[in-house]
Design a protein around this ligand. Structure first.
Ligand code: NI
Length: 151
């Protein structure tokens, strides 16, 4: 297990489209474990594989520091409602921005063993799911930030 380096904004790797995971092997398990360890070390609530330089569709999320979601090839199947709130990103250190997100999402994904799972998320967890899945398509929260001048 290891702490990995977190890629910062300005690095092109954060702007790539990530490829689906095809092999649910030891290498994937190590990546997911390292990502969780790296996220906790940095006091984050989510981390996507491209943030550690790996262009695969995998994210880890833990909004309460206890329940850890390891989501491989995740897809949002349903969105509803809206929430406007502050968001930060471990790849954009030292700042926060206001972003509108769905209030609730239903996401399907595979766990590290290749079993299909469904997550019903609301509030902060829904926000984290949306934020982390955006990373897999090269999107950062700063792209969606509501600037004060627009209010
Ligand atoms: Ni982020």
């Amino acid at each position: 297990m290891a702490i990995r380096n977190i890629v910062k904004i300005g690095n092109d790797v954060l702007r790539e489209h990530c490829k689906p995971v095809e092999k649910f092997d030891d290498r994937l398990a190590t990546l997911l474990t390292d990502m969780t360890e790296t996220m906790f070390k940095a006091n984050g609530v989510g981390l996507a594989a491209p943030q550690v330089g790996i262009l695969k569709r995998a994210v880890v999320i833990s909004v309460d520091g206890e329940t850890i979601y390891e989501m491989v090839n995740p897809v949002i199947k349903k969105k509803s409602g809206s929430q406007v709130g502050e968001e930060g990103c471990l790849s954009v250190p030292g700042r926060y921005g206001v972003v509108e997100r769905p209030k609730k999402v239903v996401a399907e994904y595979y766990d590290r063993n290749g079993n299909k799972q469904t997550l019903y998320a609301s509030g902060l967890l829904a926000r984290a799911v949306c934020h982390e899945l955006d990373h897999l398509d090269g999107i950062l929260y700063v792209d969606k930030e509501i600037k004060e001048s627009e209010n």
